[in-house]
Design a protein around this ligand. Sequence first.
Ligand SMILES: [Zn+2]
Length: 413
Amino acid sequence: MTDQAPAPAINADRLWSRHMEMARIGPVEETGNCRLALTPEDVEARNLFARWCREAGMELTSDRAANMFARREGRDPARAAVAAGSHLDTQPHGGRFDGVSGVLTALEVIETLKDAGIETDAPLMVVNWTNEEGVRFGPGILGSAWFAGRIDDATLDDIRATDGARFAEEAAASGWRGTATPADLPMEAFFELHIEQGPMLEQAGADIGVVDAVQGLCWLDVAVTGMDAHAGTTPLPARRDALLAAAAMLVGINDMGRASGEDARVSVGRLKTATEGPSTVVGASEFVIDIRHPDQAMIAHLQEECRRVCAEVARRYGCGVEVSQRFAIPPTAFDGGCVAAVEAAAQALQLPYRRMASGALHDAANVAAHAPTSMIFVPCRDGISHNVAEYASREHLAAGANVLLRAMLAKAG
Ligand SMILES: [Zn+2]
């Protein structure tokens, strides 16, 4: 495609009606979905997606992880594909857009090019990654992690579902376990459109998020030790209360995080006490700190600050504390060329946009190890996601799909 020929506009009605048709599979309440990876609901969604791809003239292949790849041939079949996609599995009480929008906008790009009679030099590919949500099989972003070489074959095959089923058998039973390897599927670029799952775009009045990074993450296990004591007989100054110390640590960590710039995230979502007696001063407690930031140096800094706060508070309350790192995922900086293609598309379409890092992990963070990659965010109402009330408007989805179309055309030629 040359600069003289304007890119066609995607069909917003078709894109929306396909979202609604997909949402009929595994419905929850009025507006939600439950399609856990490789369950009959997920398989039904996969088969519907495959039918749409075939009707659009594409051929499907799949790999060991049951990732699905729909290919539209280019004028130069020797070139690596320009790809886009996301995931069709959902949370148990999830919405109609998380993941689905990334797959269906990529398909809509193909449909639009077909309607307009436009061929590209590079082949195009639409991808559905397996088990992004990590609900039935842990960890999440599993299919893309295997594809990127972060999990080996044996580990993948042996992963057990929450219901005991083995990944290899479930993938085969779905009909989508294939033999394609990542080496068979070279990509010149990969784009993932996703709903933002946060409130920043809506607050900024932006239609598009130009995502240039996925923030990194680090979990710290914290164990606080004090001494069990009688709630009636032990004077307050004589106590070594491990729950009170943990509470003060939580407050201290939060204060520290708030003072560390707007990109810092420190959270505690799980707190356990060794004793649960209402009349016992707690002798031991444990919690997990979840630290996130787009900058690796800041993750290290936040980790040190958490350790400092915990040690200081423990001393003040006469308790001991041990802090250890459970695991860490470094931040992913997306490919500058892909980010620029998305930004140029938003500018050409005169859409208000914002450059940002992704707060959540996505398949794109794995695919970035395989191919030049970036993401496009569209707003979702009130930032609500992983919730049946999740909502992205027809207009925002269409705007995102038009950006995706232009970014893919810029790469595919
Ligand atoms: Zn998702």
